[in-house]
Structures are given as structure tokens and as C-alpha cells.
Design a protein around this ligand. Structure first.
Ligand code: GLC
Length: 803
């Protein structure tokens, strides 16, 4: 615990402010080939290349030749180079792709980056260093600058005025606004000013780095403390484009099995097989939908990974059989620490084959974690990663399809809280110190896990959950935001955290619902479950010895609220799954900040107590106790209150009623939301037809669209075209309502029967005509509710005209 002593007056300068003496100086020589341009300066050199026409890579180097290899953050296929040109224009060196121009003043190096329309994106202010491994890049910002992204950070949505460290850290202390680093490091930011094009900037350096948007009014800085200054810059022009283009290079969210989008229940720990089964049975008895239960560290034999504790879990196969019968998946925790025990086969194999991390002098790095003294696999080495991945067969053969990676910062119970910085990772013959590659440890562990599971799962999709990660983690794992607390403040903070993770490319993320440590109240669990139902990752988890927080632990009212909201999520699954597919193919996050969807709206730059699920649902959680109403800002357009159907004009705040059982929720006019019947798990099949809810009445003639995606939800058959993609559109005009559905792909057999549920439809239609392969057998109009329900049988693209 810190006391006031921490702020003693007249403390000697602790040397935190580096003296940046080094600079590039003048450019003395330009060299280029088809792939890159080298600018040789008096004191250092820069290499420029384009990965594609909208991605510039710029790297500082001191030696003769640049090292153009990239870290595992970058998708290999993306690391190709696009055509570039170099010209001299009015005393400047101009390096261009078809969409970007880097304009360098060679006299005393300076750099500006423009888009093809000649708009200034980024103005470099300095590249300077203390020593060659401690380089700081600064670029201009203004009072009107907003910063988004930066991964899993505390604080609000806009990061202007903040300063953060990128150093994956196990932080059990309460996460507060001045917590500089958490478990994930995503050194990617988006710079945005209203009326100007946004740009994205990634520092690809997995050592410790600092992003400072606080210290100077007119500039922000990005500093590396070890290794190289390797920057990637993407033109927007929109915030969405910046995210989408960044994820083209760092990869997109993996397509998870559908069950992992369902509700999940965890506890540190469900202590034995009977308790696990009891929880599963209770969910089914109480008819609270749930897909996944978790096994925390107590399932193992003295915390040895790839083992069962034979007393607590004497018959894992029988337990799994009953869980499967009840429609549950089970996800066990796997930490990287391997118990140092000469009789333990995993430890023996790792030592024998040289798979563990070592110091340069050859000693295996041994650190203390849950199992006591432990060794840590060196995931930078392909052979070690493969060995680790293959061991997951142990779980797969028990019918387990998902793995929870924890403590993979890596967390070590020592003074530095992690692995010694002088550990040398083999990296297939291109060694890196732990100091240089610390932030990659979690990503590489999850990659090895994901790939190993995939190899063993005969075409089924694995699910991997991780605490630590680095840019690119979205390709291999889902991110949960670590050890939060059952504090209302932490519930509120999880909104901007998940939104900024989404704007950093990590779409499949969420916090521990109800809060991990401390003790939840029923009200908190109800409110957090209401919100969590609309987050991509939805798991309730809590720490040992805290008050239990399964949905039924607080009496009937709370239980009913949890049941209802979890149920809403299951009904929305076709909408949600389509958004996962969108994230998988475009990088656009599943939950979105208002600024992403309404970038011109000056009221939403820092809105982070409400969010959008996809384009159509606006979620406004209650994140304080005892609150039964709140202000909700509705962006431009027409919105409908989800609960009452009330039509509301946007572009203004409204006051929403929010008794405990109600979280304010709004649906955008023009929205097309496919829904399914309630089920208890994604494994439960249903004969019920899909219901496509269409909200009309926007008064605009514009066409509203939604891409609805379906596949088998479990395998990789979709990669070979076994999926159906329906492009829905709806248009309202004085002549009536036109609903069209185009099959962009029809590789997965979906039910032929569909229900179109339109509302509000002000008067009874006189005629419903159709074209295409569709039968409209029946329609029902409810005048009081102003709803129209059309049941159709459809085989292919069709169009309906409602007059
Ligand atoms: C860490 C994890 C937490 C887990 C606990 C025990 O604190 O963040 O989720 O329950 O370890 O494994």
C-alpha cells in the first residue's frame, strides 16, 4: 500500500524524463528499389514501404541494412509490398503509393503524410533518442484531436490527455484510471478530428512502449524502450476504415464456434465433478440458457497442466457425457507454468527437448506460479509451440473444444511480476530477449493453443479465451479483461474498454460479468447481466471466497431478470452471429462506439456509457446502484424504444425509464434484425422459423441493409462455401414498403420458412405482391399494435411489395 510518502516534496529527480539527444539530421542519400526506399540520414536511416496502397510502414534503423522481417502481429500474406514511386518535388522527397504520400524535408529531416486528396493526415514533429534502443516519435495533435484504440486500457473512450504503458501485466490491484498497463498491449491508435480524415498508427514493438497523449498540448509521443521504432500508418478516411484496414494487416477475429457466443458461467473454482454437474443441471431446471461452464485451476493434479485431480474429478469422461447430454461445453483453464517436477511427463519432455525458456547462459528460467516452481514453454520456437499445441489432445479426447489461457503475460510471483528480462527466446534461430518480446508471450501461447486444438478437432472450430495478448491476438483468441471487481465503477469502465478493444481490432471481448473479485450484490449482477447480454463475450466469473454470483444466488427477482436478458441474447443470435461474420471478414467490431457509426456527431466523441450492438441496437446500461432512469443520447434518425415501441426523434438526449428489470434499449428505424426462438443452448436444435424483424417508419426513402449470415456454427465447412449470406434491404416510400432479400451465397441449407415481422405499419396493407422464388401464404395485420407478420416460404432471392 502506498502512503503519502509517495509524494514527498523535494524528491530527487528519478531520471524518468529521458534526454533525447539523438536525431536523424539531414538526409544525405536516397536509395530505392521496387519494394522500398531508404533515406540515409546523418545519424540514422529510415526505410519506407507500402504493404498495400493504403498502408505505409516506416522503420528507423542504425546499421547498413534494414531488417524488414515483421513480428507475429503482422499476417504473413499482408507483409507483401505494393508499388511505390519516389520523386523530388520542390526540394522535398515524396514517396508515394496510389493513396498515400510521405513528404520528407531532407534538410533537417521532417515528415508529413498526406492522402491522395492532398489532405494532411500526420505531421511528424520529431524522431529522437536517448540511446539507440530508446527512441521517441512525436506527431502533432491539437485540442480538437481525439484518440481511440490502444486496446485494453482504463479510463474513458477518448484517450487524449492520457498516457499509457504497453507492458502486459497481471494487475490484481483494483483497475483505476491511473493503472498504466493491464494484461493486453495493443500499441495501435486512431487519431481523429471532426471534419478531417482519421488515420491509424501501429507501433509494432512488443517490448515496453509508452503512448503519451498527455504531456504536450500540441503533440503526442510514442516511445520504445527496447528494440526498434517500426511504425505502420493507415489512412482512414473514416474510423471504421482505419480499423478495417489495420485488421487487413494484423488479421481479423477468428470465426468462433456458435456455442462460444452463448452465455457462460465460471467460478474460481467449481471444485469437483458433482459441483460442475449440479451447476449444469440447475441451469436447465431453471431454464436459464447457458452454453459453457469453466474449470478453473482446481481441476488439475496440483495445478499440473494436462492432468485431472483424481479425487475431485474421478470420472471426467462420465462428467463430460452428462454435460454433453445437457448441451454444455466445458472450458478448462491452461496456464503456461509447468510444474518443476522430475516425475511429471510434461516437465520431463520440455526439459529433454529444450522447449522451455532459458537464460543466455543456458539455465531454464524457473519462476513461481500456482504449481510452485515452474518452467515456461518458449512459444517463439515452432517445435515448442507444436509440442504444446499437440498436448491439447488430452482435452479434445475428453470432448473439450475450448481452452482458457490465463497468467500468460506471463505472470510470475516475483519482484518484477514476470519472466526475467534477460531470458532469450529462441524464435527459430532469430533470438529475442524477453525484454524485447515480452508482450508477445500471451499471443504466441494462444496461437499454439488454437492451432494445436484445431489440429486435434477434426474440422471443428476451437474456442480460446486469453488474458494476455498483443496486436493480432484476434486471429487466435477471445479476450476477457482480467481481474476486475464487483464494483459499479468497473462495470462502467468495461464499456469504453471493450469499445476500444473493438477499435483496436479485437472484436470478441468482454469483462467478467458481475465482477471477479470483491462481493457482488444482486442488483449489480442484474444490471451487469443486462449489459453483458449485448457484449460479444458474455461470461459471469468470480473469485474464490467471494459471494457466489450465479444468476440464482440473489432471489427470484434477480434470477428472473438474468433469465430474461440471457434469453434476449439467445433470441438475437442470428443477428449477433452475422455481426461476428462481419468482424471476421471486415474487422468492424461487433459492439461499436457511437463515434464509429456517427462520426460527424459532435456530441458522441467520448460517449462511453452507451454503445451500439451492430448498426441497429443502442444499449444504454444502468451502471449505478439505485438508479431507475437515465439520460440516453439518441443519434440522428428515428429510434424505437425496444420495450414500449415508442417512436423517438434522434439527435438529442431522452430520459429513459429504467426500473431494475429494464435496461434502456433502442432500435433504429430501418433496422433488419433476424431473430430465432428461445433455446437453452446453441446445441439445441429448433424447427421454428427465423423471424426477421424490420423496423420501418424512418420517413426516409433511403435503403436500409443488413447481411445475414448462417452456417453450421461448428466446423470450417464455411471456408469451402458451406454458408448462406442473405443481403436484406428495406425501403419505405409513399407507395409502400419494399423488402428484398438477395442470396449472395446459398451454400448452407437454412429453413425455407421465414417470418417477416414489420412494425410499425400504420395501416392495413391492401396488397402484398412478390417476385422471385417465394410463396407468401399468410399475413396477419394487428391494427392496435401496428404490426404486420408475413409468413413466407423461400428458396432463393425474392422481393416483396407491401402496399
Ligand atoms: C487469475 C485469473 C482468474 C482466475 C484465477 C485463478 O486471477 O485472472 O480469472 O480465476 O487466476 O485461476
Amino acid at each position: 500500500m502506498l502512503t503519502s510518502e509517495a509524494i514527498m516534496p523535494d524528491k530527487p529527480n528519478d531520471g524518468k524524463d529521458p534526454i533525447l539527444n539523438g536525431s536523424i539530421g539531414s538526409i544525405t542519400k536516397t536509395e530505392h528499389n521496387d519494394e522500398y526506399v531508404i533515406l540515409r540520414g546523418e545519424h540514422a536511416n529510415l526505410v519506407f514501404l507500402f504493404l498495400n496502397e493504403h498502408t505505409l510502414r516506416m522503420k528507423l534503423f542504425f546499421g547498413e541494412e534494414p531488417d524488414l522481417s515483421a513480428t507475429p502481429a503482422i499476417v504473413e500474406q499482408a507483409a507483401k509490398n505494393a508499388a511505390l514511386t519516389v520523386e523530388e518535388r520542390e526540394g522535398h522527397i515524396v514517396i508515394s503509393s496510389s493513396e498515400l504520400h510521405a513528404v520528407v524535408d531532407p534538410l533537417n529531416f521532417s515528415l508529413r503524410i498526406f492522402n491522395a486528396r492532398g489532405e494532411l493526415l500526420l505531421e511528424e514533429k520529431s524522431i529522437a533518442w536517448e540511446d539507440k534502443n530508446k527512441v521517441t516519435f512525436t506527431a502533432s495533435k491539437s485540442r480538437d484531436s481525439y484518440f481511440y484504440g490502444l486496446g485494453e486500457k482504463t479510463g474513458f473512450l477518448d484517450k487524449n490527455g492520457e498516457r499509457y504503458e504497453m507492458w502486459n501485466s497481471d494487475v490484481y490491484e483494483p483497475h483505476v484510471q491511473d493503472t498504466d498497463a493491464l494484461y493486453q498491449s495493443i500499441p495501435f491508435l486512431i487519431h481523429y478530428e471532426y471534419g478531417k480524415p482519421a488515420y491509424g498508427l501501429l507501433l509494432d514493438n512488443p517490448g515496453r512502449s509508452i503512448f503519451d497523449m498527455r504531456t504536450r498540448e500540441d503533440r503526442y509521443s510514442v516511445s520504445v524502450t527496447s528494440g526498434e521504432l517500426d511504425l505502420y500508418i493507415w489512412i482512414g478516411p473514416s474510423i471504421k476504415d482505419a480499423v478495417s484496414r489495420m485488421t487487413e494487416v494484423t488479421g481479423r477475429t477468428y470465426m468462433p464456434p456458435k456455442w462460444s457466443i452463448g452465455y457462460q458461467q465460471s467460478r474460481y473454482s467449481y471444485m469437483n465433478q458433482e459441483e460442475v454437474l449440479d451447476i449444469a443441471r440447475t441451469f436447465r431446471e431453471k431454464k436459464i440458457p447457458c452454453d459453457v461452464l469453466y474449470l478453473d485451476i482446481h481441476y488439475m493434479d496440483e495445478y499440473r497442466v494436462f492432468t485431472w485431480d483424481s479425487k475431485r474429478f474421478p470420472k471426467p469422461k462420465e462428467m463430460m457425457a452428462e454435460l454433453k447430454e445437457l448441451g454444455f461445453e466445458l472450458v478448462p483453464i491452461v496456464d503456461p507454468g509447468v510444474k518443476k517436477d522430475p516425475k511429471y511427463p510434461i516437465y520431463k519432455e520440455g526439459v529433454k527437448n529444450g522447449y522451455f525458456c532459458r537464460k543466455l547462459e543456458g539455465d531454464i528460467f524457473i519462476g513461481k506460479v500456482w504449481p510452485g516452481l515452474s518452467a515456461f514453454p518458449d512459444f517463439t520456437d515452432d517445435a515448442a509451440a507444436e509440442w504444446w499445441g499437440d498436448h491439447h489432445r488430452f482435452y479434445v479426447k475428453h470432448g473439450i473444444n475450448g481452452i482458457w489461457n490465463d497468467m500468460n503475460e506471463p505472470s510470475v510471483f516475483n519482484d518484477s511480476k514476470t519472466m526475467d528480462l534477460d531470458v532469450v527466446h529462441g524464435n527459430n534461430g532469430n533470438p529475442k530477449t524477453h525484454e524485447e518480446w515480452h508482450n508477445l508471450y500471451g499471443l504466441l501461447m494462444s496461437k499454439a493453443t488454437f492451432e494445436g486444438m484445431k489440429r486435434s478437432m477434426s474440422g471443428e472450430r476451437p474456442f480460446v479465451l486469453t488474458r494476455a495478448g498483443y496486436t493480432g491476438i484476434q486471429r487466435f483468441a477471445t479476450v476477457w479483461t482480467g481481474d476486475n471487481r464487483s464494483f459499479w465503477e468497473h462495470m462502467a469502465m468495461s464499456i469504453p474498454m471493450v469499445l476500444n478493444l473493438g477499435m483496436s481490432g479485437i472484436a470478441f471481448a468482454g469483462p467478467d460479468v458481475g465482477g471477479f473479485s470483491h462481493h457482488a450484490s444482486g442488483e449489480l449482477v442484474a444490471r451487469w447481466t443486462q449489459m453483458g447480454a449485448f457484449f460479444p463475450f458474455f461470461r459471469n466469473h468470480s473469485v474464490i471466497e467471494s459471494r457466489r454470483q450465479e444468476p440464482w444466488m440473489f432471489g427470484e427477482q434477480i434470477e428472473a431478470i438474468c433469465r430474461e436478458y440471457i434469453g434476449i441474447r439467445y433470441r438475437l443470435m442470428p443477428y449477433l452471429y452475422s455481426l461476428f461474420y462481419e468482424a471476421h471478414t471486415t474487422g468492424i467490431p461487433i459492439v461499436r462506439s457511437l463515434i464509429m457509426e456517427y462520426p460527424e456527431d459532435r456530441n458522441v466523441s467520448n460517449v462511453c456509457d452507451q454503445f451500439l450492438l451492430g448498426p441497429s441496437l443502442l444499449v444504454a446500461p444502468i451502471y449505478r446502484p439505485g438508479v431507475c432512469s437515465r439520460a440516453v443520447y439518441l443519434p440522428e434518425g428515428i429510434w424505437y424504444d425496444y420495450w414500449t415501441g415508442e417512436k423517438l426523434e434522434g439527435g438529442r438526449p431522452v430520459l429513459a425509464d429504467a426500473p431494475l428489470e429494464r435496461m434502456p434499449l433502442y432500435v433504429k428505424a430501418g433496422s433488419i434484425i433476424p431473430e430465432q426462438e428461445l433455446r437453452q443452448s446453441m446445441n439445441e436444435s429448433s424447427e421454428q422459423p427465423l423471424r426477421v424483424r424490420i423496423r420501418v417508419g424512418s420517413g426516409h426513402d433511403g435503403i436500409h441493409r443488413f447481411s445475414q449470415y448462417e452456417d453450421d456454427g461448428r466446423t470450417y465447412a464455411f471456408e469451402a462455401g458451406r454458408f448462406t449470406l442473405r443481403e436484406w434491404s428495406v425501403q419505405q416510400s409513399p407507395g409502400g414498403i419494399r423488402v428484398a432479400c438477395d442470396y449472395a451465397s446459398d451454400g448452407w441449407p437454412c429453413g425455407e420458412e421465414l417470418i417477416l415481422a414489420l412494425s410499425p405499419v400504420e395501416s392495413k396493407p391492401t396488397k402484398i405482391s412478390s417476385s422471385g422464388n417465394v410463396e407468401t401464404d399468410a399475413w396477419i395485420y394487428d391494427e392496435a399494435k401496428q404490426t404486420l407478420q408475413v409468413t413466407i416460404k423461400v428458396k432463393h432471392s425474392f422481393e416483396l411489395q407491401i402496399r
